[in-house]
Ligand binder design. Structure first.
Ligand SMILES: *Cc1c(COP(=O)(O)O)cnc(C)c1O
Length: 234
């Protein structure tokens, strides 16, 4: 896929293209460019690509598999990377993963929340998390159903070592842009409703939604964090 010698240039170009599209989409939506954070998803690529990505200015990086994150964080500890966990975490991997994580986007059960709370307590940390919502209701996907969250919220809020910062979703793949737009709009509406019913000190400001194929739509619908993999490595 890559000629090794033009890797840095290609990545620079792709990052610039994505950032340009983010700027255009925020402008269309009447939003500020700096209100959308780019998380570069590195699960498809190797260490060389990740180093080039950081050199191109991407330091918020996303991994979906805890074990892969452990290995990479160790190999790349000389770099100022903020790692985001964007995939399902088994509870027995929590303890080793938390020290490496800036934010967990994929909190998908009360039991996982309790495991994270316990491990974060031992570290004397409060971990920023997003609740993953299965908006498209595909059985292969992780996440809470939209109805599940409101009744669970009081229990989640009680956990002192997690900080609920917002919601995350992946849009349905089948319906194309229209379905993605509907899922993103519904996630935002759900967030607004939950925000209204939770205590004021809890700010569910973040909406992590939008990937390579649909991030401009997500930005138009209110995304504050987009997670981009393949568009950066074309
Ligand atoms: C892989 C992945 C992404 C990035 O997907 P692309 O379509 O390659 O941009 C984003 N979010 C999650 C949860 C992922 O697993």
């Amino acid at each position: 896929m890559w000629k090794a010698n033009n890797l840095p240039e290609r990545l620079h170009e792709n990052v610039a293209t994505v950032r340009g599209r983010i700027a255009a989409a925020t402008a269309r939506a009447g939003r500020r460019t700096e209100d959308v954070r780019l998380v570069a998803v590195t699960k498809y690529v190797g260490l060389e690509e990740i180093r080039a990505l950081v050199a191109a200015g991407c330091t918020d990086l996303g991994e979906s598999r805890p074990q892969q994150l452990w290995n990479r964080a160790a190999e790349l500890r000389d770099l100022p990377i903020r790692w985001h966990i964007i995939g399902h975490i088994q509870r027995n991997k929590v303890e080793r993963t938390l020290p490496l994580a800036t934010m967990i986007h994929s909190l998908d059960s009360l039991r996982l929340a309790e495991a994270i709370d316990g491990a974060a307590g031992k570290m004397d940390r409060k971990i920023p998390v997003l609740l993953e919502v299965n908006m498209s209701r595909e059985s292969a996907k992780h996440g809470f159903t939209p109805e599940e969250i409101e009744p669970l919220l009081p229990k989640l809020i009680e956990l002192a070592h997690i900080e609920i910062r917002g919601l995350m979703c992946m849009a349905g793949l089948e319906g194309g842009g229209d379905e993605a737009r509907r899922d993103f709009a519904n996630l935002r509406t759900l967030r607004d409703r939950l925000q209204a019913s939770c205590p004021d000190h809890l700010r569910m400001d973040e909406l992590s939604m939008g990937m390579s194929g649909d991030y401009e739509i997500a930005i138009e619908e209110g995304a504050t964090i987009i997670r981009i993999g393949s568009a950066l490595f074309e």
